[in-house]
Design a protein around this ligand. Structure first.
Ligand SMILES: Cc1cc2nc3c(=O)[nH]c(=O)nc-3n(C[C@H](O)[C@H](O)[C@H](O)COP(=O)(O)OP(=O)(O)OC[C@H]3O[C@@H](n4cnc5c(N)ncnc54)[C@H](O)[C@@H]3O)c2cc1C
Length: 405
């Protein structure tokens, strides 16, 4: 059975020291005063040598691309994804929004460019995203598509000689307001009159400041305030073939397939985010329950409070086991089906929300104010049930898999 090794425990300890020294003191500024998270994330990259690690990983990916080895990392085996998951868990204990921003930039945006791009495109955009020198966004969702992301997509890329003219808008785009580099999904309009639902999906890379591209200010969200989210507007935005990933309309594993690949990785990664929230809520709740005295006893003496703590622990064990099963499989080079990834995402997201809500209950009125942090974790966790596919979409994916012939 997989467990955190001594080396992993050491990483956890170092990460906690960094979070306590560098992030907790700035948390209110980031959460409530609109300070973007990128400076503190870059400090984390510098402190832990993650910039150099990004460069090394990039060099490896580039080498594989040049040599034609395009097996997905999940099928290659051998690597231990635990170090990255540990930083996700530890950061999520204080600021799930920071993890969302980081994951979209270094995971979704860089990952898509490195997977579909030519070596030249990888060098042009992928490296700077992996070192966090630049911030990336990954834009698929539109105001009128949402859960029907691929079928309902209306943003169009019309061929014009060797170029494309892009029109449309994207919404709910993490890092959208500040992104330097944007991976944009659009439907090919080749003039054939094909029903828009069936049109080919192309993947482009945009740079901030291009004529025809507008990035909105951050939206005012319920939670995850550390993660700036915005809308993108494309108006007669002209792009050359050099911005089409793979420089072809039919890259291997591109278009719809690349978006779906990302769905699996994103869903499995959610377990680590949920675990961070659950662990922190449990830690804070145990501490509070032991110290809050009523009727001359700590509230931890009351069975109704003990029951809440016990169910939080059940959630922690379940989510941790799901995560460990994902790590073990990744190490063995085994992939995860969409249904399994969806089951993990559905359970973990709901568990994090329930645990954070019960933590508020244990804190009473103090749970309802920001200084005790459980209210922030509860607001931040709520979106776990919405983004990367809603609860309902996870259920649809699981049922589809179970019922297929
Ligand atoms: C903070 C945040 C960050 C995000 N970041 C990004 C990003 O970086 N890039 C990006 O592209 N997108 C991003 N998203 C978008 C996110 O993926 C979508 O919000 C999500 O897919 C749901 O789409 P929607 O909001 O349009 O809801 P809708 O699709 O309109 O859903 C509304 C309701 O209907 C339900 N529903 C829909 N279809 C069905 C059905 N067939 N059966 C039953 N129920 C159904 C849904 O489950 C939901 O309850 C982000 C969203 C948020 C909130």
């Amino acid at each position: 059975m997989y467990e955190w090794s001594e080396e992993h425990q050491a990483i956890i300890a170092v990460m906690r020291r960094f979070v306590d020294a560098e992030i907790r003191p700035q948390l209110d500024d980031i959460e409530h005063n609109g300070i973007p998270p990128y400076a503190v994330l870059r400090k984390m990259y510098d402190t832990f040598g993650l910039r150099e690690m990004g460069q090394e990983n990039f060099a490896r990916l580039l080498q594989r691309k040049i040599s034609g080895d395009d097996a997905p990392a999940s099928r290659r085996g051998g690597g231990d994804p635990a170090a990255q998951l540990i930083s996700t868990i530890e950061l999520c204990r204080v600021s799930p929004g920071m993890v969302t921003s980081l994951g979209v930039s270094t995971g979704l945006a860089a990952g898509t460019i490195n997977k579909l791009g030519t070596p030249a495109q990888m060098e042009r955009w992928g490296l700077d995203l992996m070192t966090l020198d630049k911030v990336g966004a990954w834009a698929i969702t539109e105001p009128d598509s949402g859960s029907d992301a691929l079928g309902g997509m209306r943003t169009s890329a019309q061929r014009d000689g060797d170029e494309y003219i892009i029109n449309g808008s994207k919404t709910w785009i993490t890092n959208g307001p500040f992104a330097d580099t944007i991976v944009l999904y659009a439907k090919l309009d080749d003039g054939s009159g094909e029903d828009f639902r069936n049109r080919k999906v192309l993947t482009f890379v945009l740079d901030s400041g291009m004529p025809g591209l507008e990035q909105s200010a951050p939206m005012r969200k319920m939670g995850q305030k550390a993660s700036p989210t915005g809308t993108l507007f494309m108006t007669d935005l002209r792009v050359g073939k050099d911005r089409l990933l793979g420089e072809t309309e039919d890259p291997k594993g591109g278009g719809r397939a690349s978006a779906k690949d990302n769905f699996v990785a994103e869903r499995a990664g959610m377990a680590a985010m949920a675990l961070g929230v659950i662990e922190e809520c449990l830690r804070l709740s145990i501490d509070y329950a032991k110290n809050r005295r009523l009727w001359e006893k700590p509230i931890s003496d009351y069975q109704l409070i003990q029951q809440k703590l016990a169910y939080m622990e059940v959630a922690r064990v379940n989510v941790q086991n799901m995560l460990f099963s994902y790590v073990e499989r990744s190490i063995n080079g085994a992939s995860m089906s969409m249904a399994e990834a969806s089951a993990i995402k559905l359970y973990s997201a709901q568990a994090a929300c329930q645990v954070a809500d019960e933590a508020i209950q244990i804190f009473g009125g103090n749970g309802y104010v920001s200084e005790y942090r459980v209210e922030q974790l509860s607001r931040d966790a709520r979106v776990f049930r919405i983004y990367a596919g809603t609860d309902e979409m996870q259920i649809v994916a699981i049922a589809r898999d179970l019922l297929k012939d």
